[in-house]
Design a protein around this ligand. Structure first.
Ligand code: SF4
Length: 317
């Protein structure tokens, strides 16, 4: 095998992607990992850094730009169970990774796709669509299922030995777990249902946001991930659930947001965004009192005490 071949491996932090990179690295290909930082990712830990260091390969992190948010708003290939536009998202990740590949002179991409593992995106037809629309036909190697898929350019050129690749298919993860044990790979993200866009509650909030705002920024997205959310026709109210979220709300607030806090007692920070109608202000005040630890007066941003009511109708979320 030639020793000057480079490949970019998409490293999500899950087991499949790290195994795919390992299989190709073991074929004397120089592998560089790319991890996409997506606005709706739900990682509690930096799995990608941990896994790249186990394979002793460099890792490049690429932050998705605001065009990703537009892609979520207007996907070309539909959505999954929530707002998740998986096919468009995967094409986006392939294109971003290929840009890195071109910058560093890499010859092809590696992904951890397993045929038939995810019904919406990992079957032959969709994989072909992703290749075509990213302009990467025959340049995406999927080592875990290669023997079940058409030959790619790296295999045809002899950069990679197809015989040493795998033929995994379906949802069972037993073969991957066995390989992880064999390779001594640990600390990968457990398989889950996808990013936050698959979450029902987040999807509801995002749909509302898209309906209300022509332009949605990364800060707006960050706000969606925290607090309790209440939507009135004219306003959006967010109530912090703990001290950390209260701080985050203050960091994410906009100049024309109105802030509510509790006087002299532990309680939430509440943000009122949109029209400050009497009804919206009263509702924000009531919510702040409702989620306060004790019955206490609520303070407006101008320091006037405006309410101590605690009886509320159920949340409208
Ligand atoms: S689950 Fe989320 S991150 Fe994964 S492909 Fe779908 S939209 Fe993209």
């Amino acid at each position: 095998m030639p020793s000057n071949i480079k490949a970019i491996g998409l490293l999500s932090g899950g087991l499949d992607s790290v195994l795919a990179l390992k299989l190709i690295k073991d074929q004397n290909v120089e592998v560089i990992a790319v991890h996409l930082l997506l606005p709706f990712a739900d990682d509690k830990r930096d799995y990608a850094t941990h896994l790249a260091s186990q394979l002793s390969i460099p890792l490049i992190k690429v932050t998705a730009a605001e065009d990703y948010i537009e892609l979520v708003r207007h996907p070309s290939h539909g959505r999954g169970s929530g707002m998740n536009p998986c096919i468009d998202c995967r094409i986006y990740m392939l294109c971003q990774s290929w840009q890195v590949a071109q910058q560093i002179g890499a010859h092809f991409l590696i992904t951890g796709d397993v045929l038939g593992q995810r019904p919406m995106s990992q079957h032959r037809g969709k994989l072909a669509v992703e290749e075509k629309e990213s302009g990467l036909e025959k340049l995406i190697l999927r080592p875990l299922s290669s023997k079940l898929l058409p030959k790619t350019f790296p295999e045809e050129e002899g950069w990679v030995d197809r015989e040493r690749l795998l033929a995994l298919e379906g949802r069972s993860r037993k073969p991957q777990l066995a390989l992880a044990r064999e390779f001594g790979i640990q600390g990968y993200r457990m398989p889950g249902g996808g990013c936050l866009l698959t979450n029902k509650e987040i999807s509801f909030r995002l749909r509302e946001l898209f309906r209300r705002q022509q332009v949605v920024t990364e800060k707006d997205i960050a706000l969606l991930k925290i607090g309790r959310h209440f939507f009135l026709p004219e306003a959006h109210i967010i109530v912090g659930r703990d001290e950390r979220e209260n701080h985050q709300l203050m960091e994410l607030r906009q100049p024309d947001d109105r802030v509510f806090e509790v006087v002299g007692y532990p309680g939430p920070t509440t943000i009122l965004r949109g029209a400050k109608t009497k009804k919206a202000v009263e509702f924000a005040t009531q919510l702040t009192a409702r989620y306060c630890k004790q019955d206490s007066p609520v303070q407006h941003a101008d320091n006037s005490v405006i309410s101590s009511q605690v009886n509320l109708s159920p949340e409208n979320q």
